[in-house]
Ligand binder design. Sequence first.
Ligand code: 5GP
Ligand code: MG
Length: 180
Amino acid sequence: MKVLLDEPQLQAGVARMACEISAHYGDQPLTIVGVLTGSVVLLADLIRQLEMPLRVGVLQASSYRGETSRGSMTINSDLLLDVKGRDVLLVDDIFDTGHTLAEVIPLLEQMGATSVKSAVLLRKQGRQEVKIDTQFVGFDIPNEFVVGYGLDYQDHYRNLRYLAALEPADLTDTHTGENA
Ligand code: 5GP
Ligand code: MG
């Protein structure tokens, strides 16, 4: 594994995002919606740096299977709090093709959110397939498969304190130990 962003760099990036978010919303109440599961580490670090009155909810969006393939997307909003009449900030781990945000943002708008903006820790260069703006970005990264700080490979590595790019030798089955 190759470390792309170490812990101090990640913390500095999150602090910068928090400053930008605070500058934008001021003391306005905010509803933060984290996209499970990849955003949990960012969510925990980010909300503790925000001082406006805020509520936190989560939803689950899944489509990413394995390293490159993309299945159809399922969104589970059973755990989501009421967003009607609220300013919503959607928080996700990574903006890759953009399909996740492109599906979730209209859904929150349909649910009656007053405004929906998005914050992502990472944005992958040259991968965007949908025209969609994300307002708060931690880091632009090269087109590599990354893990750590919430991001997984086969549900592993979310607990790493740093962000690392997987190398071919790392692409073994995390359960059987065989090459994937
Ligand atoms: P999208 O392509 O819809 O923008 O991103 C879909 C999801 O794919 C992200 O929320 C993230 O969970 C996952 N994903 C995209 N790129 C990577 C990556 O490099 N590493 C990991 N672990 N997940 C990724
Ligand atoms: Mg995700």
